[in-house]
Ligand binder design. Structure first.
Ligand code: NDP
Length: 246
């Protein structure tokens, strides 16, 4: 079945990891899929090929989420290119982890710009293009709710802001038939957090299921929220974390 037939989606940070899995899954579900990336155009080309192979129209846009104008510009460019925008997935994230006394203004600004300002600006721009049935899904983190390791104060702070954005926008855009939700992944096997990395066994042990997620596990939850079956869910945070936050 193709529940997203005729829809257009934009995924930020869609060239690798969770974002790439979301882009591919939305294409498999029938959407034409645009995505942004920061620098690795080879990986972006691979995802373009996967979206094409799924029979859908791809578009890769190089746009750094730390650049406010680039974020809003990417949303407007996608809506202009495809003639509409139905689904926004705020996925790109800055993962800067260090003892608090080592975090300076540059780290603070980068984290706030990529993890808070960019999702806000992208949602603001997307809402201008969306009509009834529009969907905004952001990717937060299990570490917003359970801060198990030292060094995560900045990252956890930034991801917690997405809860407020999701609730506030959900309330505001509901009357227009647009839903807004947050997916908080647990440990997910990507370049940023490899399942065979040095800390992986300790991380795995903190989940109830005793294992990492595959990026496709996170994408499945996003696809549900983005599709017709998720139509009555808004303002919600969905933990897809293997029980990390139990
Ligand atoms: P990866 O590092 O595997 O992939 C990051 C993707 O985002 C790449 O496509 C990258 O593009 C792009 N990207 C990174 N920075 C920017 C930027 N400033 N502007 C535009 N694109 C950017 O990350 P993950 O898939 O692991 O993480 C995705 C999201 O999930 C993040 O928000 C992260 O915080 C969250 N998350 C991840 C968890 C995990 O265990 N992996 C757990 C909980 C949350 P390029 O290759 O060009 O740099």
């Amino acid at each position: 079945s193709t529940p997203l037939d005729g829809k257009v989606a934009l995924v930020t940070g869609g060239s690798r990891g969770i974002g790439a899995a979301v882009a591919l899954r939305l294409a498999q579900d029938g959407a034409d899929v645009a995505f942004t990336y920061q620098r690795d155009s080879e990986r972006a080309d691979q995802v373009v090929g996967q979206i094409k192979a799924a029979g859908r129209r791809p578009l890769a846009v190089r746009a750094d989420s730390a650049d406010a104008a680039a974020v809003a510009g990417a949303v407007d460019a996608v809506a202009a290119e495809f003639g509409r925008l139905d689904i926004l997935v705020n996925n790109a994230g800055a993962f800067i982890v260090a003892p608090v006394e080592q975090l300076g203004a540059a780290e603070l600004d980068q984290t706030v710009a990529v993890n808070i300002r960019a999702p806000f600006l992208a949602a603001q721009a997307a809402a201008r293009h969306m009509t009834d049935g529009g969907r905004i899904v952001s990717i937060g983190s299990n570490l917003a709710e359970r801060a198990v390791f030292p060094g995560f104060a900045l990252y956890s702070m930034s991801k917690t802001a997405l809860i407020g954005l999701t609730k506030g926008l959900g309330r505001e855009l509901g009357p227009r038939g647009i839903t807004v939700n947050l997916v908080n992944p647990g440990p997910t096997d990507t370049d940023a957090n490899p399942a065979d990395g040095p800390n992986a066994d300790g991380i795995r042990a903190l989940t109830a299921l005793g294992r990492y997620a595959a990026p496709a596990d996170i994408a499945a939850a996003v696809a549900f929220l983005a599709g017709p079956d998720g139509g009555y869910v808004t303002g919600a945070t969905v933990n897809v974390d293997g029980g990390f936050t139990i």
